[in-house]
Ligand binder design. Structure first.
Ligand SMILES: [Fe+2]
Length: 494
């Protein structure tokens, strides 16, 4: 009996510490830092020197008297570690977008630009109408290199060019590669936040005609080439896609943007429609001929495509999948900040493999892991040397790892080759963010390298950069950050 009581007390204490770590992620941090020296617990291996690590996410959840309702509206903030030979520097800067600068000036959330969801208190009807006219402007999802330019991007087409040495915002860019009319230009283009080697997907919504999914090659901040335009009935929301050496795989899940709903609600988050029992259209584009074929598969929502490769007459792609699109509500700040409500989130991701037989047209699918928490992997990353190739390892994080508490987040490595090399890192009250893999220069195996992750520590109420041995997933080094790091989504390293 005594053992049971002690166990229950321990469980309750651990739950509180995970919740504290989780709450830190959704707490605004307006402090900025410019290349200040930070220290690792142990010396870094020399092969890591001169590398840069950059993360971007939601750094501030409102301004003045107005708060955001949805985490996707958080003002974009960058965190940069520059591993110089004599010292490591750390910078933390907001992307100085037009909406951020205007919000700072007014000391309230700018009424000029489209938000993903409402503010609290809600902006006036006139302000919401006016903001739709100007379109979205915040960028907080990813940092990507195109040519010599580094761009902060989101799921919309407008981007900001960044100086990644110090996190300075240089200028806004939104190349008009479609040469649309003045009226059509007022409807923002959607764009995947996960371009691959300069290739990306752009969705064009047209209330007076066909919608299109464009496959584009982004050569630099201002230079974009439209490779192919695919007409579609519904305008799909596509967060990521797959690429192989010869094919692009664009999956239009049964989730789409309704322009009539947008005009009715003046709220993009309420304009996304999930078609229950709908299927997914799979467009396979041959990059050599720019011809495409359409296939069908089950109607899941695929948030993050992981990797894809060709195998004989088949294309294989791996992705995280959801039963529906409830995550749009699950990521509202009221839900994320309330442990009772967020613990009721049930639509957790499943890691799946889809195999498209190009001859028969049949698309088969299977789970890549049958075991929790590995099956629930999100924010997937791989050894980039294995992009477009058959591979074994996916790294990521798993929410609700204990199947009870949503804030119980673990760092995981899934061996999809099934050789039992799955690994997990969990530490009471410590929440990892999306990891990133840096391969060893003299690598002997796919997982020979280091894995980095920013950790939210609910016990000491701080954040730190953690370095893991990617083979064993053991913690080998840490560097405390001089400030709390809120919810980071994705990033870049070189
Ligand atoms: Fe993403």
């Amino acid at each position: 009996m005594l053992v049971k009581i002690i166990y229950l007390l321990l469980l309750t204490a651990w739950a509180k510490e995970y919740d504290k770590a989780f709450d830190l992620l959704f707490t605004s941090n307006v402090k900025e830092f410019d290349e200040i020296t930070v220290h690792f617990q142990k010396p870094l291996p020399t092969w890591l020197l001169n590398k840069k690590l950059i993360r971007i996410g939601a750094g501030c959840f409102g301004m003045g008297d107005r708060k955001f309702h949805h985490v996707f509206d958080g003002f974009g903030k960058m965190h940069i570690w520059n591993l110089k030979p004599n010292r490591t520097t750390f910078s933390a800067k907001f992307v100085r977008t037009r909406t951020f600068v205007d919000s700072e000036k007014r000391n309230t959330v700018s009424p000029l630009y489209t938000l993903f969801d409402d503010t609290v208190p809600r902006q006036s009807l006139i302000d919401r109408l006016r903001s739709l006219f100007n379109g979205p402007d915040n960028v907080n999802v990813n940092i990507v290199k195109f040519g010599d330019d580094y761009l902060a991007i989101s799921d919309f087409w407008s981007k900001y060019v960044i100086d990644i040495d110090r996190g300075e915002t240089l200028f806004r860019t939104s190349p008009d590669f479609l040469h649309r009319s003045i009226i059509s230009r007022r409807i923002p283009l959607l764009s995947s936040s996960h371009p691959i080697q300069g290739v990306n997907i752009v969705t064009e919504i047209n209330p007076f005609g066909l919608n299109y999914v464009h496959l584009v090659q982004i050569k630099s901040a201002r230079e974009v080439v439209n490779l192919l335009s695919i007409p579609v009935d519904e305008a799909p929301y596509i967060h990521s896609f797959s690429l192989t050496s010869n094919y692009a795989i664009i999956v239009a899940n049964p989730v789409s943007i309704s322009i009539s709903k947008l005009f009715e609600t003046l709220n993009p988050s309420k304009s996304i429609i999930w078609r229950e029992n709908g299927e997914s259209d799979v467009y396979v584009v041959d990059l050599r001929t720019l011809q495409y074929r359409k296939y069908r598969t089950e109607g899941k929502f695929m948030l993050h495509h992981v990797n894809a490769f060709e195998y004989n007459d088949a294309i294989i792609f791996d992705t995280t999948t959801y039963k529906s699109f409830t995550l749009i509500h699950d990521y509202q700040l009221d839900t994320l900040r309330n442990s009772t409500v967020r613990n009721k989130i049930t639509d957790l991701p499943s890691l799946k493999r889809y195999t498209i037989d190009l001859k028969s047209g049949i698309v088969k699918h299977k789970l890549l892991s049958n075991r929790r928490p590995y099956q629930g992997l999100e924010m997937p990353v791989i050894n980039e040397l294995y992009r477009f190739k058959s591979y074994c390892f996916i790294y990521g994080i798993s929410f609700k790892s204990d199947n009870i508490q949503f804030s119980n987040v673990t760092l995981i490595k899934v061996d999809i080759c099934g050789k039992g090399r799955d690994r997990i890192w969990e530490l009471n009250g410590h929440i990892p963010s999306e990891p990133w893999f840096v391969h060893h220069p003299n690598r002997r195996a796919e997982d020979d390298g280091l894995l980095f992750s920013v950790i939210s520590d609910g016990i000491r109420l701080r954040s730190y950069l953690a370095v893991f041995n990617a083979t064993t997933l053991t913690l080998v080094n840490t560097s405390p950050t001089p400030t709390l790091v809120p919810m980071m989504f994705h990033g870049y390293h070189e």
